[in-house]
Write a protein that binds this ligand. Structure first.
Ligand code: ADP
Ligand code: MG
Length: 326
């Protein structure tokens, strides 16, 4: 059905279905002039927002509306995870081109709602406007964090371990596969990692409560995130290239180039963090089977960010992104 026939209010009524997955914190959701929510007593509020513009951040030939909706929500939830926080509420604003039907927008929201169910986030409001160019999606997520456990980028201490969750580079390889229109061998897992990233919320909270001194989610590639932590903390960082965790699928797909995908690819939405060696060992020892963390380097007493290869060669690790290595 066309959005014109359904009307803006008719559309919003459809979008508003199943948006509250946890109702204790919500006084007013979609339908009034403003949403009203109650944060848990004593918690610090976290607010983050991300905007996705058609043909700049996504191409609809490559991603379904469901996947796009999922991802638009996931990238914001990941920012809350990187603070050690709990994502709670979301606001979603969309600018819709004329050729979109109501079903298209409902499909986009199915993806967002799926992600919201997985991470217990309510959609409590938004705005709907027309676009004369592409589709634009802006998601804002509100979260909360125990004030003592909030993790910034700026807290890395000399002597800390540098570590990451999960494996890196799969999502960038997935995008490469889409660009080159390759199919088959292991491609599926890599493409899935690109379409449906899994923000590390539970792990972020564990790392925060175990004393992580700094943390970032990996949206722009490990090289870029590591440089941000080093700069914000006023320290240097040394990474050991052979320690960076790579999946079997990535190694099969990219061979010798796998490390480049991990360093410069981005959109992994895993976490990179620093922590004292004592606290790292505590987590590593009691590591639950569903958490994967890997030590990849250390924080050092200079302002250099370097990568050390298998031969012991040190090379400056620049914060370059995907476009640079392509
Ligand atoms: P107002 O004119 O008061 O800003 P709107 O008519 O824009 O109200 O929106 C009505 C209600 O629907 C509000 O609660 C708003 O937050 C919600 N809303 C509007 N568009 C969206 C959307 N795309 N996604 C979620 N909620 C929306
Ligand atoms: Mg409005």
């Amino acid at each position: 059905m066309s959005i014109k026939e359904l009307g803006e209010f008719g559309l919003i009524e459809q979008l508003a279905k199943n948006t509250i997955v946890e109702n204790k914190s919500v006084i007013i959701g979609i339908g009034d002039d403003a949403a009203a929510v109650v944060p848990r007593a004593g918690m610090t509020q976290l607010l983050t927002t991300d905007m996705l513009v058609e043909d700049i951040h996504f191409k609809l030939e490559w991603i379904t509306l469901f996947q796009l909706g999922y991802k638009a929500m996931a990238v914001n939830i990941s920012d809350i995870a990187a603070m050690g926080g709990y994502p709670k509420q979301a606001l979603v604003s969309i600018a819709i081109p004329a050729q979109y039907g109501a079903e298209d927008i409902i499909e986009l929201y199915s993806g967002m709602k799926q992600c919201c169910r997985e991470y217990t986030v309510n959609i409590v409001g938004g705005d709907t406007v027309a676009s004369i160019t592409g589709l634009v999606i802006n998601v804002t997520v509100l979260g909360e964090v125990f004030p003592d456990y909030m993790v910034r980028r700026s807290g890395a201490q000399i002597g800390d371990v540098v570590a990451v969750t999960g494996t890196l580079g799969d999502s960038a390889a997935g995008l490469d596969i889409l660009r080159k229109e390759i199919s088959g061998i292991g491609a599926n897992n890599l493409v899935q990692a690109h379409f449906l990233p899994k923000p590390q919320v539970a792990v972020g909270q564990i790392l925060a409560s175990c004393g992580a001194t700094s943390m970032n989610d990996i949206s722009d590639g490990l090289a870029s995130e590591i440089n941000e932590i080093a700069k914000a903390s006023g320290v240097g960082i040394e990474l050991i290239a052979s320690n960076i965790p790579l999946s079997k699928d990535l190694l099969n797909y990219a061979g010798a180039k796998a490390l480049d995908f991990a360093l410069y690819g981005g959109e992994d939405y895993q976490l990179v963090f620093t922590i004292s060696p004592q606290n790292y060992n505590k987590i590593a020892q009691q590591q639950k089977t569903d958490i994967m963390i890997t030590k990849i380097g250390q924080v050092c007493n200079n302002h250099e960010v370097v990568l050390i290869d298998d031969q012991g060669n040190r090379q400056e690790l620049r914060p370059q992104g995907y476009n640079h290595f392509r």
